[in-house]
Design a binder for this molecule. Sequence first.
Ligand SMILES: NC(=O)C1=CN([C@@H]2O[C@H](COP(=O)(O)OP(=O)(O)OC[C@H]3O[C@@H](n4cnc5c(N)ncnc54)[C@H](OP(=O)(O)O)[C@@H]3O)[C@@H](O)[C@H]2O)C=CC1
Ligand SMILES: O=C(O)C1=N[C@H](C(=O)O)C[C@H](O)C1
Length: 233
Amino acid sequence: MRIVLFGYGTMGKMIDRIATARNHKIVSRIDTPGDIPPFGELDVAIDFSTPDSALGNISACLENGVPVVSGTTGWLDGFPKAELLCRQQNGAFLYASNFSLGVNLFFELNAHLARMMSGFPDYAPTMTEIHHTRKLDAPSGTAITLAEGIIENSTYTAWDSERSSSETIPITSERIGDTPGTHRIAYDSEVDRIEIQHTAHNREGFALGAVLAAEWLIGKKGVFGMRDVLNLR
Ligand SMILES: NC(=O)C1=CN([C@@H]2O[C@H](COP(=O)(O)OP(=O)(O)OC[C@H]3O[C@@H](n4cnc5c(N)ncnc54)[C@H](OP(=O)(O)O)[C@@H]3O)[C@@H](O)[C@H]2O)C=CC1
Ligand SMILES: O=C(O)C1=N[C@H](C(=O)O)C[C@H](O)C1
C-alpha cells in the first residue's frame, strides 16, 4: 500500500517502521498544519495527529477519495461530521480509540461484566486510566469507549471526571512518566471489589493494529471500527 501518515510523533514513527516492515511504502509524512500530501498517489491515510487537527486531516482525505484510518483521540465532538462526510463522499473511514487486540478483547469483557453487574445495584463502577505526561486529552479515548460500553449495558447514563450522581461513571485520569496506557474498571460494594484491568506494556500493539486496519480498509466503503476488522460481532 502507498500510505500517508498524518502526525509523525511517537505513534507516526512507530507505524512507519511497522508498515515498512510489512512491505508498504510511506509516500508522505505530514506533521505540520497546512501541509498537503500527494492525494492522487495514495492508497490509504493513517492519522495519529492531535485533537485539534484530526477532523481536518480526515476531511481532506475523504474529500480527495482516500480511505482513512484514524486513532487520534480527543476530537470526538467532530465524529458525526466525519461520518456524514464519509457517507456523502461514498468513502471509507475507520476510527478506533484503541487499535490493540488486547484492548478490543477487553472492550468485550467490559460489556459482558457490565451486563452481569447490572443485576447487582449494590456494586458501583469506577474507572481509572493512566497515561504518559505528554498526552493532550483526558479522559483517554479508550476510557470513554469503555464508559460507553457500560452505559449501553446498564442503567448508567453518563460518565464524568468525578461522581456527580448515582447514574454517572466516574473516570479518574493519571499522568505518570511514559506509561503507554493502563485502564482499570472496578465495581465496589460495601464489602468487596471486583476489578478488571488492561495494561499496555508498550505501544507496538496500537501501531500494528492501525496498519492491519489500513490493510483491511482497502476496497471497502463506509464507516468502520476495530470490531469489523477483528470480526467481533
Ligand atoms: N487509537 C490508538 O490505538 C492510539 C491512539 N493514540 C492517539 O494518537 C494521537 C497521537 O499520539 P502520539 O503519537 O503519542 O502523539 P505525538 O504528540 O507524539 O504526535 C502527534 C504529532 O502530530 C503532529 N501534528 C500537529 N498538528 C498536525 C497536523 N495538522 N497534521 C498532522 N500532524 C500534526 C504533532 O506535531 P507538534 O508536536 O509539532 O504539534 C506531533 O508530531 C493522540 O491523539 C493519541 O491519543 C495514541 C496511541 C494509540
Ligand atoms: O495517547 C496515548 O498514548 C494513547 N491514547 C489512546 C487513548 O486515548 O485511549 C490509546 C492508548 O491508550 C494510548
